[in-house]
Every structure is written in structure tokens, then in C-alpha cells.
Design a protein around this ligand. Structure first.
Ligand SMILES: [Zn+2]
Length: 522
């Protein structure tokens, strides 16, 4: 968390002293395939204590992003001995294109996990510049352990492939039987399965060994490493869940070999960071829409100065939130998000913001942070226009629903203009049943500041007419030591309006002073 008081500064310096004996990674050690279109960074975290060398690889297949994101989190784990090498985004062009294969590679070399020397060759050379470069790294450091993080398209346990097709290896631990790996794989399976409730989605053990010409098998046969391929499943599961599953499995291995001396499943980022990067916790669990999460993820991945971690209900707790500068609840359903995270996590979000964390709510997330519902977070003093009317010929209808996604006219206030920068004052924005807010009058909450108003409206039922136009589309508020911005429409859906969300994030992260208060409601 950003340092905001002298007491925090003192605490942080003490932490820093303690952490000097623990290694952590911020800057890459070097690049694989440097000076090529496939160049990708690798990180080496060294301790001065003797211990094993562990290689963690993610993103070998570009359509398996959870491994890449989990590897990028694991590299922040406080290792206490040995050497941790992390290649978080092995196939970085594939990840950018959501492609399994390596874009631009020869057809014969396009699958990075089929390019390593197989068990039957004495000292084969890998194929393609990326595999070649990875193999040089591996030969140089001779890792004792290799964990390659992948994802399958179906759950191995319950997948019923068409005749002649192989079962997907999704949600499995793939390893080669041995006295070391047998009990460890079982321990990994039971740790991760303790977090899986659906029997069809439980992890399996595939002990026949990894694919012949993959990285892990090459390390087993040519270097004598203990190597495993860990698979989650990208079908119907949010990234937060899949990255957590990877962290759970890696945690078992690193604890078993004494490389970490405490559980690190909740560690997703460095506690001590430079001020250049804003760490965003993006909620992607129950009650969110996949499209909104994807758009926001792309936006944050592409923008300079932001790093995003996907958070599910299991991550909405102090231990994880404190590593984020802000938390972002996207579109979907506010009540479903509230139900998915539950009362304990709702309190954790309140405590987090109260202590200085930032909160952005978009559409559903703006309902969630209101002071309106029994389930809302009470971060902003807003009530929501949701009266129920008996509509002739239709029946009783709650007025929050205004129909399908549409375009609405919007205008920034002077405070909004000051905060969002190079955006026109008036513009069209996508709107999809975001909250129509007015002051709730909760004496415990400060007055919010409108940053933009709706200048047109969407009407599905007659009683809605005149209730949306000229109401706040975006409001900012304080909550304890923290800052909150609630955005009713979807500026993230329009590339030209994305600076609204990015600058809102900067403000709630405390990187920008409070915009000058607009004196009047224009
Ligand atoms: Zn894969």
C-alpha cells in the first residue's frame, strides 16, 4: 500500500530492514530471445542462503493466461533460500493474441511446448528461437525443480471427448512417478481440491509424465530435474480462480522444499514497490460479466503504470487487498457481486478503503458501493432510483431496469474535467442500467462530489421519464482515509473515454490531489 503517514513510513522502513534478508524481484534479469519479436523478460530472485534452484514458467501457450498471471505473482513471493527463476510470459506474442501457438514462428515450431529435446535423443537441440533461448537458460542454471503452468480447455475429471479425441488435461497435475513426486503431487492435489466444490472440476493426477517434447519432460530427462506441468481449466472459470489454483499448487511445492517458510497463496504482489505502478485488484468473480472484465483487463494491461490482479471472492480479504492500491468492481449485477463475496468480504472492502485503499465501481460496482441496499458497501452517500411501479399491462416493475445497452449523452463538471484531463466536456457514452443516484443523507458519510452528469436518458417505463437526465453519472467521495469513485455508465467500452477510468484509478490510488471542488451543480 502507498505510504501516507509518518507512522506508515516508520513501519515500512522496519519492514524494509526485515525484508533485506528476503529476496524479491522487480526488474528483469534479462530477456529470452532478445532482439527478436518474441523477446520476453525473465526474473532471477537470489537469496544468500544455499538451497534449490526452482524455475517457474507461465504463458508457454498464449491462450492459457492464468499460468502467466500466476507466475508473475509467484515471483513476488518472499523466498528464504535458494534461487527462484521466473519466466512469466514465455510466449508473450501468443498471450497478446490469445493464441496457443507462437505468432510468427515456422509452422513446425509454432507450439512452444513441442520444441524441446525429447527423451530419445542424447543431446538434441530445441527448435525455434524461443525454445532455444529457454533451453540455454535452463542449461545454465540447471534447476532442481521446474513448474510449468498451463491450462486445459476442459476438466480432465469429467471431460467426455468425441470418439477418437483425447481427453483435455485441464485441472490436473502432470508428473512422472517417483519417490519424491508421488507424495508431493498427492499433496498438491488435495490442497487444490480442498478449494473446489464441484466434483466434476476436481483435479486429477496424470502420472504418466508430461508431453515428450515439452519443457518439463526435457528437464526431467536431460537435466534430472523434478519437473511438473500444472494445469488449470479456462472453461467457465474466472482468471482469479485459476491463478489462485496455480498459487495453491506452487505453494505446496515451495513449502515442501523449504523455499518459503510460510503460506504464500495470498501473495500476489510486492509489499514494497516503487510509486510508478498502481496495483489494481480487479474483481472478476460471481456477479461480473466476462465482457466487462476482459475490456478492463485489456485496458489496464496496455496502459503504462498499471498492474492488474484478478480477485475472486476468496481473494477479497485484507491479506490480499493490502497488496493493491485500489480495488475495482466492474459491471454485472451489484446484488450478485455482494452475495458472491458475502458479508465478511464486504466488511473487508470497507475496512480496506477506510484505511486508505481506493475503490472504483462501474455500473454494478457503483450499485455495490452505494448506501442504498442492505447488501451495499455504504462507501458513498448515494441512494438509487429503484422505486417499484405497477405498470398497466406489464405488472410490478422495479425502475432500475431501463432496457438494453444504449448510448447516453454525458457532460463533465469542472471537477471532472480537472480529473479526467484531455476529454471533451460533452460526449456519448455506453449505458447499461447503471444506478441513477441522489444523496442518501447518511450522516456518517461525507457529501459526494459529482464529476459528470447524464444529459439525456433512457426510458423503458413511463415513470422513469425525467428521472435520469441531469443526475450524476460519476461521483467521487472520501471514505475514512480512502477515496471512492462510482461510475454509472461504461466509459471503458469506448477507447477514447478510457482515460476517464484510468484517471479515476489514479485519483482513488492517491496519486492525484483532490480535484478542486466544483462550487455549484452546473
Ligand atoms: Zn498448455
Amino acid at each position: 500500500m502507498r505510504i501516507r503517514s509518518s507512522k506508515q513510513l516508520l513501519l515500512a522502513s522496519l519492514l524494509l530492514i526485515c525484508q533485506q534478508c528476503i529476496a524479491s524481484a522487480q526488474t528483469p534479469e534479462g530477456r529470452l530471445a532478445p532482439d527478436t519479436p518474441w523477446a520476453t523478460p525473465y526474473y532471477i530472485i537470489d537469496t544468500d542462503q544455499p538451497g534449490p534452484t526452482v524455475l517457474v514458467v507461465g504463458g508457454t501457450h498464449g491462450n492459457e493466461p492464468a499460468g502467466a498471471r500466476a507466475a508473475a505473482q509467484v515471483m513476488h513471493w518472499p523466498i528464504v533460500k535458494g534461487r527462484l527463476i521466473v519466466v512469466p510470459r514465455a510466449n508473450v506474442r501468443g498471450l497478446n493474441a490469445n493464441s496457443r501457438y507462437v505468432p510468427g514462428a515456422d509452422r513446425a515450431n509454432r507450439d512452444l511446448n513441442r520444441n524441446f529435446p525429447g527423451p530419445n535423443v542424447k543431446s538434441g537441440e530445441p527448435r525455434g528461437v524461443l525454445a532455444w533461448s529457454m533451453w540455454r537458460l535452463v542449461q545454465k542454471h540447471k534447476p532442481d525443480w521446474v513448474l510449468d503452468l498451463h491450462e486445459g480447455y476442459e476438466f480432465n475429471k469429467s471431460h467426455k471427448p468425441p470418439a477418437g479425441k483425447k481427453k483435455s488435461v485441464g485441472s490436473s497435475v502432470i508428473y512422472k512417478r517417483g519417490p519424491t513426486t508421488d507424495p508431493l503431487a498427492k499433496a498438491m492435489q488435495s490442497a487444490v481440491n480442498a478449494t473446489v466444490t464441484d466434483d466434476d472440476r476436481k483435479f486429477t493426477l496424470l502420472s504418466q509424465g508430461p508431453i515428450a517434447t515439452g519443457l518439463t519432460n526435457a528437464c526431467i530427462h536431460h537435466l534430472g530435474s523434478q519437473a511438473m506441468t500444472l494445469e488449470t481449466t479456462f472453461k467457465d472459470q474466472p482468471l482469479s480462480l485459476r491463478t489462485r489454483q496455480h498459487r495453491v499448487m506452487v505453494n505446496v511445492v515451495l513449502r515442501h522444499i523449504g523455499m518459503i517458510d510460510r503460506d504464500c497463496v495470498n501473495v500476489v504482489d510486492a509489499m514494497e514497490r516503487d510509486d510508478k505502478t498502481i496495483v489494481v485488484g480487479l474483481y472478476d468473480g460471481g456477479g461480473t460479466g466476462a465482457g466487462g472484465v476482459r475490456t478492463l483487463t485489456d485496458m489496464l494491461d496496455k496502459a503504462d503504470g498499471y498492474r492488474v490482479h484478478h480477485l475472486g471472492p476468496a481473494d477479497i480479504k485484507s491479506a490480499v487487498l493490502k497488496q493493491c492500491d485500489i480495488v475495482l468492481f466492474p459491471g454485472g449485477s451489484g446484488s450478485k457481486q455482494a452475495a458472491a463475496i458475502g458479508p465478511k468480504s464486504r466488511n473487508a472492502v470497507r475496512d480496506y478503503v477506510n484505511a486508505g485503499g481506493g475503490y472504483i465501481g462501474i455500473c454494478a460496482g457503483a450499485y455495490l458501493c452505494s448506501a442504498h441496499y442492505s447488501w451495499s458497501l455504504n462507501l458513498v452517500d448515494t441512494k438509487v432510483f429503484n422505486k417499484t411501479f405497477d405498470i398497466p399491462g406489464v405488472g410490478k416493475k422495479s425502475m432500475w431496469y431501463r432496457g438494453k445497452t444504449t448510448t447516453i449523452k454525458m457532460e463533465l463538471t469542472p471537477a471532472g474535467k480537472a480529473m479526467f484531463g484531455d476529454i471533451p466536456l460533452k460526449f456519448d457514452v455506453r449505458y447499461h442500467n447503471g444506478p441513477i443516484v441522489s444523496p442518501k443523507g447518511n450522516p456518517d458519510l461525507p457529501t459526494y462530489q459529482p464529476l459528470a452528469y447524464f444529459r439525456s436518458e433512457q426510458v423503458k417505463y413511463e415513470p422513469q421519464r425525467g428521472t435520469m437526465v441531469n443526475t450524476p453519472a460519476i461521483v467521487a467521495s472520501r471514505f475514512g482515509k480512502g477515496r471512492v469513485i462510482a461510475i454509472s455508465p461504461h466509459p471503458e467500452s469506448t477507447p477514447a473515454l478510457q482515460p476517464i477510468v484510468l484517471n479515476a484509478i489514479k485519483w482513488v490510488a492517491g496519486q492525484v490531489a483532490t480535484a478542486q471542488r466544483a462550487g455549484t451543480r452546473d
